[in-house]
Design a protein around this ligand. Structure first.
Ligand code: AMP
Length: 190
């Protein structure tokens, strides 16, 4: 399997690039944010529990997202591979993900971190708010999400650095330029 973690702060372009990666490499896209928003729209107990946290820009507890992802991975173990978008966001989630993949005889091939400076992230997210109307794309929540990334999520990178499976890629430039940089990394690890 080819399993990729696409990593980076909110607004780095993980979702946009994931869509292009799954087309080219025929992988399955697993975005915890998308799954949680779908649960919220359906007003499931999980969605209702996550709603307040998401709207404040705080993280949903590890047990909830881990369980959600374990189910998706087990149900789709016959895929060519996965692209994990927005997960793992804590070192504990990263360890849990290694276990989930080990259970299906697989593991993470590479973690690709998209690097974008903070003002650019804020500008992109405010622009996205006008287009998509996501409730957590407002200035107060955006700042909290970037803080959560800097304080907690960025530590996930160490998990993959330890085994030499992390690569940084500049997330500025045209969507196509960024995609080319990402493909070069993937092809090195595939
Ligand atoms: P995203 O679409 O990836 O920006 O995620 C939107 C929000 O969903 C985040 O700000 C968190 O509140 C929640 N969320 C998404 N993925 C995770 C995760 N792996 N762990 C905890 N919370 C998450």
């Amino acid at each position: 399997m080819l399993n990729i973690v696409i990593f980076g702060p909110p607004g780095a372009g993980k979702g946009t690039q994931s869509k292009m990666i799954i087309e080219k490499y025929k992988l399955m896209h697993l975005s915890t944010g998308d799954i949680l928003r779908a649960e919220m729209a359906k007003k499931t107990p999980l969605g209702m529990e996550a709603k307040n946290l998401i709207e404040k820009g705080d993280l949903v507890p590890d047990e909830i997202v881990n369980k959600m992802m374990k189910k998706k991975i087990e149900e789709n173990a016959d895929q060519r591979g996965f692209i994990f978008d927005g997960f793992p966001r804590t070192p504990e989630q990263a360890e849990a993900l290694d276990k989930m993949l080990a259970e299906i005889g697989s593991g993470i091939s590479v973690m690709i971190s998209l690097e974008v400076d903070e003002q650019e992230l804020i500008d992109r997210l405010l622009k996205r708010a006008e287009i998509e109307g996501r409730k957590d794309d407002n200035i107060e929540t955006i700042k909290n999400r970037i803080n959560v990334y800097n304080e907690v999520t960025s530590r996930v990178m160490n998990h993959y650095k330890k085994t030499g499976r992390s690569r940084s890629v500049s997330g500025t430039g045209s969507i196509e330029e960024i995609f080319e940089r990402i493909c070069r990394v993937i092809d090195d690890f595939a």
